[in-house]
Design a protein around this ligand. Sequence first.
Ligand SMILES: Nc1nc2c(ncn2[C@@H]2O[C@H](COP(=O)(O)O[C@H]3[C@@H](O)[C@H](n4cnc5c(=O)[nH]c(N)nc54)O[C@@H]3COP(=O)(O)O)[C@@H](O)[C@H]2O)c(=O)[nH]1
Length: 897
Amino acid sequence: MLDRTGLSVSSISSQSLRWRLSLGVILVNLFVLFLAASSLRQSWHQYQDRAETTAKNLSRVLEGEIGGDIEKIDITLLAAGDEVMRQFSSGKVGQKELNDFLLRQQSLLREIDSLCVADERGSVAYGNPATPGIANVAERKFFASQRDNANAGLVIDRPVQTRSDNRWSLPMSRRINHPDGSFAGVVYVNLSLDHLVKTFSKLDLGSKGVANLRDLDLNILARYPERLGAASAIGKPTISLPLKQLIDAGQTAGTYRVAAVLDNVERAYSYRKIGDYPLYVTVGLASEDYLADWRTSLVKEAAWGILFFVATLLTSLLIYRALMRQQNAYESLYNSEERFLDAFENAPIGMAIVALDGTFSKVNQALCQILGYERAELKKLRFQDITHPDDLDADLANIKRLLDGEIGAFQMEKRYIRSDDQIVWVQVTGSIVRDAKNTPLHFLAQVENITDRKKVEAQIEFLAYHDALTKLPNRLLARDHLEMAIAYTERAGTKTAVLFLDLDNFKTINDSFGHAIGDELLIAVAERLRECTHETDTISRQGGDEFLIVLSDVPDAEAITLFAEKILERLEETFIIGGNEIATSLSVGIAVYPDDSKDIDTLLKFADRAMYHAKGAGRNAFRFYTEQMNVDAVAHQHIRVGLRRALEHGELALHYQPQISLSSGAVIGAEALIRWNHPELGLLLPATFLPTAEESGLIVPMGDWVLQEACRQAVEWLEAGLPEFVMAVNISAMQFTRGDLEQSVLRALADSGLPPALLELELTESILIQDTEKVLETVQRLKSHGLMLSIDDFGTGYSSLSYLKRFNVDKLKIDRSFICDMINNPNDATIVRAIIQMARNLNLKTIAEGVEDEHLLSFLRLQYCDEGQGYYFSRPLPADEFARYVANNTQQLKLIP
Ligand SMILES: Nc1nc2c(ncn2[C@@H]2O[C@H](COP(=O)(O)O[C@H]3[C@@H](O)[C@H](n4cnc5c(=O)[nH]c(N)nc54)O[C@@H]3COP(=O)(O)O)[C@@H](O)[C@H]2O)c(=O)[nH]1
C-alpha cells in the first residue's frame, strides 16, 4: 500500500503474521526432523550393518573354534578306531590295554566326557563307561548309522542328556570294521555341550545376544546363553523362517534379521556351516544391544529436536512479539503520520515542509491558495524566491538561529510575493525537525494569511494619525511633522511656517446644503490645498473646518506670503459639489519658526490667534502673528470668561442701524445689533463674542434679552413721537432649536406692547432649511401673529425659491458681499439683479446691506431694490443717536440723486 507521501506502508495483520511464523516454525522443524531422521536412519543402517558384520565375524570365529574341536575329536576317534581295528586284526584284544589307550586319548581332550568302543551288538565293551559291558548303544541313532553305512564317516548324533547329572552331550562316532571290512562296532565320544557353551561364552554377544550350534536339520545342539527353560529347545528345530529359506536356497553362510521364535527378541543373525561337518553355527546380536547407542542417539536427537522445536517456537514467539511491537509501533506511527498528513492537508492555514536549502518539499492546499501557486509550481521554488526582499534578512536570521539550536521555533510577520505579483502578508511560525542524532532534517512552516488584519491595522494606524474624512494627517501627525520640519529648519538655517486655516462660511454651507455636502466640500478643500503644497509640506485637518499647513524649509516671509495668497486664490474658485455651486474662502493665521517662537505649542497658539485676526479683518484674508494679536487673544479669553457676567450685569447694549426706503429715503426700519460694553476692553462688536455665545448656548438668553430690549426701545421711540418703522432683530439658529422662540417673541411683544407688524425677524437661510417641518411650524405660527420675516445674508446660502414661498417670507436681505463689489464685479451685479428680479416676481421686498457709497445706492435704485442699509446712510448707532438720526431723516434724502 502506498500512502500519500509515496512511502510504503506495511499492513500485515497479526493473524497473517501468526500464520507465517507458524508455517516457518513447522517448516524449519520438519526440515530439521528430516535431517535428523535421515541421519538416524543412516546411522541405524550403519549399526545394523556393523551388527551383521560383527555377527558374521563371530560366527566365523565360532566356526573355527568348534570346527577345530570337532576335527581334534574326529582325529581321536579315527586314532581310537584304528587301534581297535589293529587289535581285532591281531586276533587278540587286550582289554586293559585298550581301555588304557582310550583313557589316555580321552584325557587329551577336555571337550569330551567319554571315549568308548561298542561292539557289533552295541554293547559298550571298552572305554570309560562306569560299568563296561552293561551299557548298550545299539538303539542309538549314530550306532545304526555306522552299522548300516560303511561310509558314514563321522556321525554326530542328537544331543543326549545324562541321567546322572542331566548334562547335555553330543555323541560323535566313527565305524570300526573287522579286517574283512565287516562291521565291528563303533568308537564314539560324547562331546560336552558345556564345553561348547564355554566356547560361546568367550564371545561378547551383548546382553541379549545368542550363539547356537545346529545340525543339518537345524535342530539346536547347543545354545548360549543357557536360559531357564531354554534347555528344552536343545534337540528341537526351533528355526526362524529366514534361516530356513537361506539354507533351503543352498547358502552355507548368511545373515538375516528376525525376532527369535524362542524369546521373540529381535536380532541380527549370522549363520555358517562348520567345514564339511553337518553342523551350523549361528550368532545372533540383539538389536536391543547393538542399537543401544543408536537409541541413545535417537533419544538425544529427539531431546535436541524437542529443544530445537521449543527454541524455534520461543524464537518465533519473540519474533512475533517483536514484529507485532514493530507493527504496532509502525501502525501507530503510520496512524500518527496519517493524522499529521490529514491535519497538514486540511489545515485552514498554510503549511509547508521546507528542505534545508529552502525548497518547499511539501505544501498544503491552503498555502497554494495564499501564494497563488499550483502545488507543483510551488515545490520547484524556495521560500527565498518568493519572500519580499525587505523581509528576507530577518527570515534568514531566524532560520540560522533554528539551525544553530538557539531557538526551537520562531514566529514572524513577513511578506510573500504571490504568483500574480501581489504582496500577501503572512504570519509564519517556523520550527525545525531533527533526527534522533539531532541532525536537522527539514523545517516545518505554518503560514497564516494576515493581509486583512494588516490592512485593518494599517487602517487603524492610519486613522490614529489621519482624519477619516479628508485622509489628511490629524493633529498628532501634524505635530510630529512640525517637529521634524523644525529640526530640519534648525540644521538648514531656514524657517518653518505654521498656517492655521479656517473656512469662512463653512457653518452656513453646512447648514444650507447639509452635512453630506459640507463633508464633500471639506474633501475638495483638502484636495485643493494638496495641489498647492509640496510633498515636504504637511496639510492637516484639525477638526471641523480648520486646517493646518506646515511649510518647511522656507527662506523668508515673502515666500510664505506668496503661498498664502496662492491658497486664498485657489479656494476662492467656486466648488461644484453634488450639482451645487459653492463659494467659500479662507481665513489664514501664520506663525513663523523661529521668528515668532521656538516652542511648538506657542507657534500653534500664535497661528490660531493670527487666523482670528484674519477673520476679524473681513475674512478671505491671511495675517501673520503680531503682538497686537496677542492682545486680541487675551481679550478673546476675557470674553469667554465674562460673557455670562455681561448678561447678568447689563453690560450688553443694542445699537440700531437704519434701513432706508430707496424710493422715498425715509427710515422704514431699524436693525438691532448687539454690543458689549466690556468693563476693560470697551465696546465689543458681535464678531468678538457671538461665536463664544453660540458655543456656550448663551445665545438663547442673549437673544431673549435682544428681543425684549429691541421691542421695548421701539415702543419707547413710538411713544416719544418718532415715526413708525419696523424693528428688525437677528435670530440665531440656536434660538429655534434650544429655546422657545415663539414664546420669547410673544413675551417681548406683550411686555413691550409693540404691534407685531412692527417687529421683523431676520432669519438666515440655514435656519429655514434645517428640520424644515418644525421650523415651518414655528415660523408659520409667528407669522400668524402678524410678524414680518426677512431672510438675512441672502445669496450666500441655499437660495431656494420653494422655501421662500412656504415660509411666507416678506423680505430678502441681499448679502453685503454681493453689494460691496457689484460695481467692479459683473458677477456680483448679475447676482444682485437676479435676486431683486426674483423677489419682485415673488412679490417680496428686497433690502441691500453694506451700502457704503452713492454708486452702490444708484445702482441699487436702478435695479429697483426696495430698501438699503449701510454706512452710506449710517453706522449702527446707540439708541439716543439713532433717535436723532431719524429726526434728521431729511438729511439722508437729499443724498439720494
Ligand atoms: N443673533 C444675533 N446676531 C446679531 C445680533 N447683532 C448682531 N448680530 C450679527 O452680528 C453680525 C455682525 O454685526 P455687526 O458687527 O453689528 O455688523 C453689522 C453692521 O455693522 C455691518 N454693516 C452695516 N452696513 C455696513 C456697511 O456699509 N459696510 C460694512 N462693512 N458693514 C456694514 O453689517 C452688520 C449687519 O449685518 P446684517 O445683520 O447681515 O444686516 C451681523 O451680521 C449680525 O448677523 C444679535 O442681536 N443677535
